[in-house]
Write a protein that binds this ligand. Sequence first.
Ligand code: CP
Length: 348
Amino acid sequence: MLVTKMNDLYGRDLITTQDWSVEEIEKALDLAFEMKANRYDHPMNSSLDRRTFFMFFYNPSVRTRQSFEAAATELGGHAQFLEPKSMRLKTSKSAGETIEDAAQVMSRYAVGVGIRILETALEYYGQGDEILRQYAANSSVPILSMAHDKFHPFQGLADVMGYRQHAGKNLKGKKIVQVWGKGALVRSWCSIQESIMINSRLGMDVTLAYPPGYDLDPEVIKSCEANAEASDSTFEIVHDLEEGYKDADIVYSRNWMTSNFYDDMGKHGVDAAKKMEIEKAAKHDDWIANSEWMSKTNDAFFTHCGPVDRNAEVTDEVCDGPKSIVYDVAEARLHVQKAVMALTMGKK
Ligand code: CP
């Protein structure tokens, strides 16, 4: 068993994988595979011995909270759950403690802080990323994104771990179609944006497929184009399902919101803005990963970051079929988080 010895990631934040070098990403993934293979007996399993990791959730979660809490336990430490309502923080609407002060105080208690902050807790796109970077600038311990408005680094890492588990370590030249799916959950951009960035960075041929009106952050698209050029792979955007699914090795379906969501939320409130998104999404009836679309692929694996909106983003038949890797990807969240926590905040 290879035990990763260098620890040059110690003290590093992880707000998006794009902030880490490819070598650093590979190091975390290699360790995640080692930790999966030797789950309860890995030499780095006491990395958080008697140490606390804060998990600060502005928004709900199944996978992220449970997998981070389990990861801290398996590393010998403790994950403490925090919510903004328990912390009297200053906001644009209320007096309270500044992020600068809270970050410095939290650094005195814990060895790392994870933060989840999504659209409905924010006033504009990009504010979540600004808040995480403000915590990072004022904290002396690593700040980890547990999903924010722009990025979801641990989901991106877990996605890659899942592909490698099934398609092999070398993903170069594999076509992944990351395809918008209809649905009623009005999803953030964070998972899809993180995923297209890390996939293009690691040399996969990425096809992003969506109906007109669902453009993502242009800065993220520029990064994907640059990543593809640097890794000698391809990145393309299509609005046609046939073209998207054709010859794909991996299909990743996912709903995401239009860029009007923030404006609508400001003007009409969260519930009305969600209703407007659901009405728009319902017009794109064909945008579901079903067996007919999967038959156009190169016998592709099917993946989804979860939670799955069944029979909207994907049919039960595909999601539960022999090529589905959705639960392996969900499990991979635990292993990549253990690896990153051990490397960034574990005892040396
Ligand atoms: N994929 C993901 O982050 O799931 P949760 O929202 O359940 O944490």
